[in-house]
Ligand binder design. Structure first.
Ligand SMILES: NC(=O)c1ccc[n+]([C@@H]2O[C@H](COP(=O)([O-])OP(=O)(O)OC[C@H]3O[C@@H](n4cnc5c(N)ncnc54)[C@H](OP(=O)(O)O)[C@@H]3O)[C@@H](O)[C@H]2O)c1
Ligand SMILES: [Zn+2]
Ligand SMILES: [Zn+2]
Length: 351
């Protein structure tokens, strides 16, 4: 065991503060990573504030962060994929049982015994897992990803959650040429959703509550931008979408979105608001529409997404901050004042 620097929250109402945590020494199959950048996901905020107390109650102290990019500093003797000095990445998963049908199908994100990067039982320490708001992390190489060499590292970090969470359902629902795809909410996930829908060749429409984000959305790849609070603008798109990705972090009117799907269209919810969202039955009955959800993605698909981003030079649009500004960043995320992801420069934690 060794000590690592980190930022943790002591309770649902405490700000994140500097602390020391214990990490395991690398085992034979582990990779130790010096964290260079960690993105700030809205899930970090939900978790730190215990907003998912029903499904995933927070264990304190909580060290969030699951958009991790860094440099390999040590490898166990059986590690094959990485060597000291390599750039490596870690997303939302650090382990799974590897034996269940989901793992055997290469879909670890559905494993009933998966280990999330933070706030999950830690098999090694007996405590809880600690995430990327830290100067280092130790992860089994099977859950460590390779970052294409051409990608800017601060902008690559958010691909590990915001990237895969939007890429995976778009691939599953065959978003591509000839399809009309909507993305709801231009935040961390939403701006990646716009980039991917555009890159996959779909006619891409961004729905926003923030009219001042219109120019940015067009620059990011949207063909059209709709202000979702304007009923007239919404009505123009009735019954026309093959697919809509809902990336909203708070309560909102999902019925208005379901009304925009065409026959057999799908709305996938990736946003995880604190409270349940009402759905009117006839909004999905008429048109045989489907409403589904989607969690992150598998390790193989995360690598596929990173390679796709490498081929097309896609990264997240980031505002790089020192870790000392992390509480301010969480507050700004709530005010929708982020363009479009915060990425923590972890050098600030080493000072
Ligand atoms: N399913 C998964 O595996 C997964 C993975 C990661 C994150 N998530 C969840 O996805 C959600 C989004 O995460 P994020 O990091 O992208 O958050 P974010 O950067 O804060 O973006 C959320 C966006 O939602 C829109 N929004 C916020 N409040 C709204 C409201 N009351 N009504 C309508 N729109 C509103 C805003 O876009 P506009 O200003 O454009 O309206 C905002 O920028 C969070 O709930 C997060 O926990 C899920
Ligand atoms: Zn996330
Ligand atoms: Zn499994």
């Amino acid at each position: 065991m060794y000590n690592a620097k980190a930022y943790s929250a002591a309770s649902s109402t405490s700000p994140l503060a500097k602390t020391t945590i214990v990490r395991r020494d690398p085992t034979d199959t582990d990779v130790q990573i010096e964290i260079l950048y960690c993105g700030i996901c809205h899930s970090d905020l939900h978790q730190v504030r215990n907003e998912w107390s029903g499904a995933a109650p927070t264990v304190y102290p909580c060290v969030p962060g699951h958009e991790i990019v860094g440099k390999v500093t040590k490898v166990g003797k059986d590690v094959r994929k990485f060597k000291v000095g390599d750039i490596a990445a870690v997303g939302c998963l650090v382990d799974s049982d590897r034996t269940c049908p989901e793992c055997k199908a290469g879909l670890e994100q559905f494993c009933p015994n998966m280990t999330l990067t933070y706030n999950a039982p830690d098999k090694h320490t007996g405590g809880v897992t600690y995430g990327g708001y830290s100067d280092s992390i130790v992860v089994d190489e099977a859950f460590v990803l390779k970052v294409p060499a051409n990608l800017d590292l601060a902008g690559a970090a958010p691909l590990l959650c915001a990237g895969i969470t939007t890429y995976s359902p778009m691939r599953h629902w065959n978003v591509g040429k000839g399809k009309k795809a909507g993305v709801v909410g231009l935040g961390g996930l939403g701006h990646m959703g716009v980039k991917f829908a555009h890159a996959l060749g779909a006619h891409t429409v961004l729905f926003t509550t923030s009219p001042n984000k219109k120019e940015d959305a067009l620059r990011l790849g949207a063909d059209e931008v709709v202000v979702s609070r304007d009923a007239n603008e919404m009505a123009k798109h009735a019954f026309s979408f093959d697919f809509i990705l809902d990336c909203v972090s708070a309560e909102h009117d999902m019925n208005a979105l379901l009304g925009l799907l065409r026959r057999d269209g799908n709305l996938t919810l990736v946003g995880a608001p604190e409270k349940p969202i009402p759905v009117a039955a006839f909004n999905i009955i008429f048109g045989r529409k489907s409403l589904s959800g989607s969690p992150i993605g598998s390790i193989a698909e995360t690598q596929e997404m990173l390679d796709f981003c490498g081929d097309r030079n896609i990264t997240s649009d980031v505002e790089v901050i020192p870790i000392q500004k992390v509480n301010e960043a969480h507050e700004r995320m709530l005010k929708q004042d982020v363009k479009y992801r915060f990425s923590i420069d972890m050098a600030s934690l080493r000072q």
